[in-house]
Design a protein around this ligand. Structure first.
Ligand code: SAM
Length: 268
């Protein structure tokens, strides 16, 4: 008997209009859909009038469930794997199932679609190269280690709205002045995508209601060294601040020497 195929199906990250015709067809035609949370996936299935049976496959049951699904696949059934949103395996369960399927010679077929990290990057200026590191580490030593990569790469992270300000404060302490992009609620009504120097980003977020799902990018550290704060200082002069006061403000916000700002302002 020929083995079934394992389909890894990406689902929308908010906007159901992003679900592809091919993805819907696959979910309609497989024998079973393995879901991170069956209740979440059921809403998607109802919307597209898909009647296929579902089974749960979450991170706590990966090993055990993977064994059962491999048995079904080996017996000739077709299985689809989905996560709650976006592409399975990307900061989501599924790695063990794909590994075991490949070991058993089962065909693994990706059905591409949304991924929050890639969606964010597509709307943020960058040179197309980046390191995606999943959720920002909560352990201090891990967090310090990952920031080391900022010397060479644009770093892309997932983060919760409750932690983003704390995380950005930590990054400011460790990297100083650097550009940050924050993409919130992608593909949804309150979508909000911005790039600011880190201190400005912290102020911006402090003054807005930080809710919803977040992807953030730490732009390559070299961007920091080239950061030109003088136009910001000149704006303060235009607003009536003295050169001395403008230098003081800029030095506090951007963590740069006050005298450097003052001298540059007088030179201009
Ligand atoms: N597998 C998913 C993918 O392909 O993007 C990611 C799953 S991960 C458990 C969930 C995290 O992705 C959220 O906490 C958030 O950081 C990010 N995320 C998911 N949907 C998002 C959206 N619509 N806008 C911004 N970030 C999103």
């Amino acid at each position: 008997m020929s083995k079934g195929s394992l389909y890894i199906v990406a689902t929308p990250i908010g906007n159901l209009g992003d679900f592809s015709t091919r993805a819907a067809e696959v979910l309609r035609n497989v024998d079973i859909i393995a879901c991170e949370d069956t209740r979440v996936t059921q809403k998607l299935l109802n919307h597209f009038d898909i009647k296929t049976k579902t089974v749960s496959y979450h991170k706590f049951s990966e090993k055990e469930r993977s064994g059962k699904l491999i048995e079904m696949l080996s017996g000739g059934q077709n299985v689809a794997l989905v996560s709650d949103a976006g592409t399975p395996i990307i900061s989501d369960p599924g790695g063990i199932l794909v590994e075991n399927a490949r070991k058993e010679g089962i065909k693994v077929i990706p059905i591409p679609g949304c991924c929050a990290a890639i969606t964010a990057l597509s709307a943020i200026h960058n040179d197309g190269t980046f390191a995606f590191l999943g959720f920002f580490p909560q352990k201090l030593s891990d967090a310090k280690n990952v920031l080391e990569y900022a010397k060479n790469f644009n770093l892309v992270f997932y983060e919760s709205p409750n932690r983003i300000l704390k995380t950005l404060d930590f990054i400011k302490e460790n990297l100083g002045c650097v550009d940050i992009s924050v993409a919130r609620e992608l593909t949804k009504i309150h979508e909000d995508i911005n790039t600011f120097e880190i201190s400005e980003m912290i102020n911006y977020l402090k003054n807005s209601v930080v809710k919803g799902e977040i992807v953030f990018v730490v732009h390559k550290k070299e961007a920091k060294e080239n950061f030109d704060y003088i136009p910001k200082a000149q704006k303060l002069l235009a607003e009536g601040f003295s050169a001395k006061d403008a230098a003081k403000i800029i030095s506090t916000i951007y963590d740069v020497p006050k005298n450097d700002v003052y001298k540059k302002l007088l030179d201009k």
